[in-house]
Design a protein around this ligand. Structure first.
Ligand code: IFM
Length: 469
């Protein structure tokens, strides 16, 4: 494995200077500022594998992916990128690419047993990983919950059970006591919209329940979990930044009609305001309950205050836009546009959506915290040919989205960094291994890592930026 790592870093250095460059940002881009953090992101269940090792308990994704018909081709995260065993080579690869930040998540079922006691072996894995990242000078951003809920908590109702929020605060307590000093930024949750809506609203993700009322209640408990964890993280690890990561979606109207304009507004209420309003305004958007009448969650006194505790940063994940029209009742329906550029996921490539949402949030939320783009990237059907992966569409995608970030910064939005999704190809949830989001290619039969051209170009830019006085 060590040889693997040095072969990868030798190849990176050999290739760097020789590359023609369709990626480097223009000279006036704010991305040349050295304090703009450029890194890559992953998540535990998507890369680690080793699901039965060192005392890790089952998660809802082990259960869900083992259920026939839930994941494309019956794929599971049992082995994934085998990162649990190959983490040293993977850190070496990150460092040789010159990536300045790494966003990872901790698998809750790996570090805590059903009685709430620490699992030392699991904790030590993250401790070794984070220490090594710090030794390499890489900024560490740790997400506590990227969807792998311990199955024993789901068996007691999962995010429909208010108690899960308190169990999450215990977990945050344990992690931040143990890992304090190795983490630069803690994010409580990744994309609560996906956990609540895909997990409990339409059932496309674990645990696979489908009921709008469940979705709003699960969201409330997720946000409560976040709000309960923030003061715990502050007390245990005062030097680090604390925040949360939200996925956001751009909705555009299919026509100028008032009904379609309203539909686009409702789309963004459902995707963005549902999460951002409680966090930043301390209230759910009432329009949400026009879309889903009768789904108001049970909210106890003080909850909204807990949820809207000040944040040090807001993580934003952005991928695509959705064009919508009125559904003729009180909602919206997708109207896919013809002739637009799409990715392997079928998602439209629409960088302006990122800029427009960010500048819109700055207008809407007067207390908008500093922002990190915690995920942005695309899937393509990448193949290794003669030892190379020429992921042209991704190079152009990244360049255009980074330009959108630059525009938002110039329009006054405080954006501090950007993490590519993802460092490496990985288990793309219900789509299994078919969809490749990495800037590093994984051959799942050999676990060979091949740095894609996009990663080489990012590395070249970072090297040039570093060399500037
Ligand atoms: O792979 C996911 C990630 O886990 C969460 N955000 C979106 C990515 C692409 O679908």
């Amino acid at each position: 494995m060590a040889n693997d790592a040095s072969a990868v870093s030798d190849a990176i250095s050999r290739n760097l200077d020789a590359l023609a460059d369709p990626f480097t940002p223009p000279a006036d881009s704010t991305l040349w500022r050295k304090n703009f953090l450029l890194g890559a992101a992953t998540a535990s269940y998507q890369i680690e594998g080793a699901v039965n090792e060192d005392g890790r308990l089952p998660s809802i994704w082990d259960t869900f992916s083992a259920t026939p018909g839930k994941v494309l081709a019956g794929d599971t995260g049992a082995v994934a990128c085998d990162h649990y065993h190959r983490w040293e080579a993977d850190v070496e690869m990150l460092a040789s690419l010159g990536l300045e930040g790494y966003r990872l998540s901790i698998a809750w079922p790996r570090v805590m047993d059903a009685a709430g006691l620490p699992n030392r072996k699991g904790l030590d894995f993250y401790k070794r990983l984070l220490n090594r990242l710090k030794e390499k000078g890489i900024t560490t951003s740790v997400t506590l919950y990227h969807w792998d809920l311990p199955q024993h908590l789901e068996d007691r109702g999962g995010w429909l059970n208010r108690d899960t929020a308190y169990r999450f605060a215990d977990y945050a307590d344990l992690m931040s006591r143990d890992l304090a000093g190795t983490v630069d930024a803690w994010a409580t949750l990744n994309e609560p919209w996906c956990s609540a809506y895909l997990g409990y609203g339409n059932g496309h993700h674990a645990p696979g329940l489908a009921n709008d009322r469940f979705a709003t209640q699960a969201m409330h408990h997720l946000l409560l979990a976040h709000g309960l964890a923030i003061p715990v993280l502050r007390a245990n690890d005062p030097a680090s930044q604390k925040g949360i990561v939200a996925n956001i979606g751009r909705g555009t109207a299919n026509s100028d009609s008032a009904a379609d304009q309203r539909a686009a507004h409702l789309f963004e209420v459902q995707h963005n305001a549902w999460i951002l309003d409680p966090l930043l305004k301390g209230a759910y958007p009432q329009d949400l309950f026009e879309l889903w009448p009768g789904t108001e969650p049970l909210v106890l006194d003080g909850d909204m205050q807990t949820i809207s505790a000040p944040l040090d940063f807001l993580g934003i994940n952005y991928y695509f836009r959705t064009n919508v029209a009125s559904d003729g009742a009180h909602g919206f329906r997708d109207v896919p546009l013809e002739g637009v550029e799409r990715t392997q996921m079928g998602w439209e490539v629409y960088p302006d959506g990122l800029r427009d949402l960010l500048t819109g949030f700055k207008r809407t939320y007067h207390n908008l915290p500093p922002i990190y783009i915690t995920e942005n990237g695309m899937a393509s059907d990448d193949r290794v040919i003669d030892g190379h992966v020429d992921d042209t569409q991704r190079i152009s995608f990244l360049k255009r989205h980074l330009a959108a970030v630059d525009q938002a910064i110039k329009a006054g939005v405080d954006i501090r960094g950007y993490f590519l999704w993802s460092l490496m190809d990985n288990f793309e949830w219900a789509f299994g291994y078919e969809r490749r989001f990495g800037v590093v290619h994984i051959d799942y039969s050999t676990q060979k890592r091949t740095v894609k051209r996009s990663a080489e170009l990012v590395a070249k830019f970072l090297k040039e930026r570093k060399a500037r006085v």
